[in-house]
Write a protein that binds this ligand. Structure first.
Ligand code: ADP
Ligand code: MG
Length: 593
């Protein structure tokens, strides 16, 4: 949002409770919207951004509410200490639940969230010391520096302070090193892991983060209501929170406020209007509500926020979402030590991969020296990409070994291999289409920085962030994509997306670069530019293993060529030796004389 407009919204928000003109009813309504916004913001990160659906979020609200309800009434704790205790308890519970359930794929994850959501709900309702289904009453109001927050108006200020703080922190988080890794979770794990990102760890982090926001909401709720009972922490509330997240849309953290505000207001109005319309006391509003939701999802697939933003552009109160600020200069990131030329960087020894009965890679051996470009060629289906995937740890090998500067690769995970200094591109481009080009490339430099969630949320990571973006911009300029760094990556033509992948691999500071058909889809001039970049990299000591079908490109660029056919190495040598090799000619021409 535009800063001036944002400031106006915030001032108006906090002026409301101080005006006696504001009806009490509004204050209460906005309090509920604020409380829901906190939960929905967590869901936005979890479900909207990372693609991990949770039907159990209300249970975490309950955890926060019940912790403070019990400890402040039965044990006489200070509510602030109870908040702290609630956060710790929620973090532990979420961590354990996350460790068990987040690895589940497909519909098993949502189902398991329903299961533990219900389990916690029934726990609240059955524990004697929590008052069973009657709950706990007589909770004291909050008190800050002697000022009692007993009134709805004073709670309003506290609730919305928490909401704004959470929005600020979450928006900071999304635009940072850990935030990019979180946004990458949606794309599956293969690419992220190939750049040293521990996807399981980041899933757990967003899961705990979302649970903590829900816990804070529950704590505020308990001290606003001064009583808790299990019903607001049940499954139907979890579903409603999910609705709010979907309706708001995940394009911006403000989607949480928009979604909560919209759903709660519509529900509220329907409860007033529908009974008059249909002249009955039955719960017809739920039907209206359902129909309305279907319509919203039909016409605003990505939520309501993108629509509002589009209007905002026209009115000049939104700024472009993709504009990350790239610094003109920044301290260089640390670089890896380079091996001396002519040392064997990569040694492949009798590497083998079977897929069921198919031998995709059949006891292949070759090596790559420092500062050398080795071509790996062969007809389609020869096993070239599989060889790449064995080297980079995407697949485990059936037998044989791959050794990189003395380290055995075949026992390591993809992200550990990446940390040793192997960068790669994918034959089928793997990038985050809705993320800007430069952010995609910054993902490649992930492992060269150690900024965590806390410093990212509090924005104390700005110098490290500048280093990462500066590095990403530098690699983009190097491969000739400097002009398009703020575009959405998905808008680039396929050829440029491949070049983007090279920049991303370079950003990881590799010693060995594996390129899978980098020139496919490029025009003549673009190919020539790419060849120049690759030979310059070689001159700087980079080792490159190159799979490519364009023979002119391969022959002019490589020092050494390995030829595969049906999984087997059929020839190896300098470009001219390979070109005149009979077995190679046969393989390419299908044995026709
Ligand atoms: P290339 O990259 O040389 O065109 P690939 O390495 O992609 O060849 O494929 C080699 C062979 O292995 C092909 O027959 C392909 O169908 C098979 N293959 C590749 N990946 C898999 C997989 N994940 N499961 C089963 N078969 C596979
Ligand atoms: Mg291939």
């Amino acid at each position: 949002m535009n800063r001036v407009f944002l400031a106006m919204v915030i001032v108006a928000l906090f002026a409301l409770p101080f005006s006696s003109l504001t009806p009490e009813y509004w204050i209460t309504h906005l309090n509920y919207i604020g409380l829901a916004s906190l939960v929905v913001l967590g869901l936005l990160l979890l479900t909207g951004v990372s693609g991990l659906t949770s039907f159990g979020q209300a249970a975490f609200v309950g955890l926060g509410a019940y912790t403070t309800a019990y400890t402040t009434t039965a044990l006489g704790w200070s509510p602030w200490f109870a908040l702290f205790a609630g956060l710790i308890l929620t973090a532990v519970v979420a961590y354990i639940l996350g460790a068990i359930t987040l690895r589940l794929s497909g519909h098993f994850l949502p189902l398991s969230t329903i299961a533990w959501g219900l389990a916690l709900y029934y726990l609240f309702g059955n524990l004697e010391f929590l008052g069973q289904y009657d709950g706990i009453a007589g909770i004291k109001p909050l008190n800050i520096l002697g000022i009692s927050l007993a009134s709805g108006r004073s709670m309003y200020v506290l609730i919305w302070l928490f909401v704004l703080l959470a929005l600020w922190g979450s928006s900071n988080l999304l635009n940072s090193r850990p935030g990019r890794a979180i946004r990458a979770l949606r794309g599956g794990g293969e690419m992220s892991e190939s750049f040293g990102i521990n996807t399981a760890q980041y899933k757990t982090i967003v899961f705990v983060y979302a649970a903590l926001l829900a816990c804070i909401s529950g704590w505020l709720y308990a001290h606003m209501q001064r009583a808790v009972s299990p019903s607001p922490f049940g499954l139907n509330y979890s579903i409603e929170y999910l609705f709010m997240a979907v309706v708001g849309g995940s394009g911006s953290v403000w989607g949480a406020v928009v979604g909560s505000g919209l759903i709660l207001t519509i529900k509220d109005q329907l409860q007033n209007v529908v009974p008059k319309l249909v002249n009955s006391q039955e719960n017809f509003e739920l039907i209206f509500f359902g129909v309305l939701m279907v319509l919203v999802l039909q016409y605003a697939r990505n939520g309501v926020w993108p629509l509002l933003r589009a209007w905002g552009y026209r009115l000049g109160i939104s700024r472009h979402a993709n504009n990350v600020l790239v610094p003109d200069s920044a301290q260089e990131l640390n670089r890896r030590a380079r091996p001396d030329n002519n040392i064997n960087v990569l040694e492949i020894n009798k590497l083998r991969k079977e897929f069921g009965g198919l031998v995709a890679v059949n006891n292949v051996s070759f090596s790559v020296k420092a500062g050398e470009i080795v071509g790996l060629i062969g007809p389609n289906g020869a096993g070239k990409s599989t060889t790449f995937n064995l080297i980079t740890g995407v697949y485990p090998s059936t037998s044989g070994s791959a050794t990189f500067l003395g380290s055995r690769l075949d026992t390591l995970k993809a992200r550990e291999i990446s940390k040793l200094g192997i960068g790669r591109t994918f034959q089928h481009v793997q990038l985050l289409p809705q993320m800007s080009v430069i952010e995609n490339v910054a993902l490649g430099a992930h492992q060269r920085s150690d900024v965590g969630v806390v410093s990212a949320s509090l924005r104390t990571d700005r110098s490290q962030e500048a280093q990462l973006l500066f590095q990403a911009a530098k690699q983009l300029k190097r491969v000739g994509l400097g002009e398009v760094m703020h575009e959405e990556a998905g808008n680039l033509p396929l050829g440029q997306q491949r070049i983007l992948e090279i920049a991303r691999a370079l950003a990881s500071d590799p010693v060995l670069l594996l390129l899978d058909e980098p020139a496919a889809g490029l025009r003549y001039r673009e190919k020539r530019d790419l060849a120049n970049v690759l030979s310059q990299l070689k001159n700087e000591g980079m080792s490159i293993l190159l799979v490519e079908h364009d023979m002119d490109f391969v022959m002019s660029l490589t020092d050494h060529i390995v030829v595969m056919d049906f999984g087997t190495k059929i020839a190896e040598g300098t470009p001219s030796q390979v070109q005149s090799n009979k077995a190679v000619i046969d393989a390419y021409l299908g044995g026709v004389e």
